[in-house]
Design a protein around this ligand. Structure first.
Ligand code: PMP
Length: 306
């Protein structure tokens, strides 16, 4: 395969039918999003957000792109902005991984760190302040831009239907950070088949299940406020997965399947296994593995105690 640009590698990722023991003889299929060129599911979002801004006349060839991000969206936005030669400022809470921040810089982005304690809310506030002081700037603002769920509605979700063909999807399981991945795909799958259950996944310390907000080690998922995109989608269940369970699946996937998954993928897998216990025998469960463990080596992802 000869390609002309790295951006052609975005999307159309493989769907792995996990060769593991699943409760009730069910099947778990995982979309391997670490195979995007920037290493995560958020390459799709970066490409879509920048193109959307161009199409809507909000970005011209001099515009500075500014975005608050936990990291993967920053890499995706920086990749897309680089293709269009647009300067990029990414506002990142300092706790997010060294690898992700290094990759953003390597792509040419400028990083502004906010204190970890302020969470994503402080990064959002800071991005708005920088934008107010930067002439001809554009903040895609993944946390409220409908282009975020639209990205997944138009790309990843149809890929699932194309790959699984006539095999119905009984449950869709995905983590939520901004909520774009879950909302876009859940909406599409419900339109295809009303019987598909949508299960959203969060770590302990995220607020969806009404628990107290606190920090967690699972990176990329967990919300500090209810994503606005959730108003348009049916959520059949919310599963809260402890960090220890997510990291256990991360270790298992490497040790038994030769697959390097990040901790949000580990949480998605732990949740999918729980869902399999609740569903009838022989069900088809689809989940998403957003990125690889390789960008969390500095956080000792394989050495974390349960
Ligand atoms: N996993 C990882 C590793 C991520 O970086 C993100 C994005 N923050 C997610 C899951 C969640 O995706 P979304 O923002 O679409 O909810």
């Amino acid at each position: 395969m000869i390609i002309q640009s790295v951006s052609q590698l975005i999307g159309n990722t493989p769907l792995l039918e996990l060769p593991i023991d699943v409760p009730n003889g069910s099947h778990i299929y995982a979309k391997l999003e670490m195979f995007n060129p920037g290493g995560s599911i958020k390459d799709r979002l970066g490409q879509y957000l920048i193109q959307d801004g161009i199409d809507k006349g909000k970005i011209n060839d001099q515009t500075t792109i500014i975005e608050p991000t936990a990291g993967n969206t920053g890499i995706g936005v920086a990749l897309a902005a680089q293709q269009h030669h647009l300067p990029t400022i990414l506002v990142v809470p300092e706790k997010f991984s060294y690898e992700k921040q290094t990759l953003m810089r390597a792509l040419g982005a400028t990083i502004v760190n906010t204190p970890s304690e302020g969470g994503i809310k402080e990064a959002i506030q800071k991005a708005r302040e920088i934008a107010a002081d930067t002439p001809n700037s554009y903040v895609p603002m993944q946390f409220e831009n409908p282009a975020n769920p639209a990205t997944y509605y138009h790309t990843l979700a149809p890929e699932l239907i194309a790959d699984l063909g006539d095999q119905g999807i009984d449950a869709f399981v995905a983590g939520a950070g901004s909520g774009g991945t879950f909302a876009g795909i859940a909406k599409y799958l419900k339109e295809q088949n009303l019987k598909t259950k949508s299960i959203v996944v969060e770590p302990e310390g995220s607020i969806l299940n009404g628990g107290p907000a606190h920090s967690h080690r699972t990176e990329g998922i967990g919300v500090e406020f209810i994503p606005p995109f959730f108003q348009e989608v049916t959520i059949d269940e919310t599963l809260t997965i402890p960090d220890a369970d997510a990291f256990e699946q991360v270790r298992q996937m490497a040790a038994t399947q030769g697959l390097f998954i990040g901790s949000s993928s580990g949480a998605a897998l732990a949740a999918s296994l729980k869902v399999a216990e609740e569903l009838p025998a022989n069900s088809t469960i689809v989940t998403v593995f957003p990125d690889s463990s390789e960008r969390y080596m500095s956080e000792h992802i394989y050495e974390k105690e349960a």
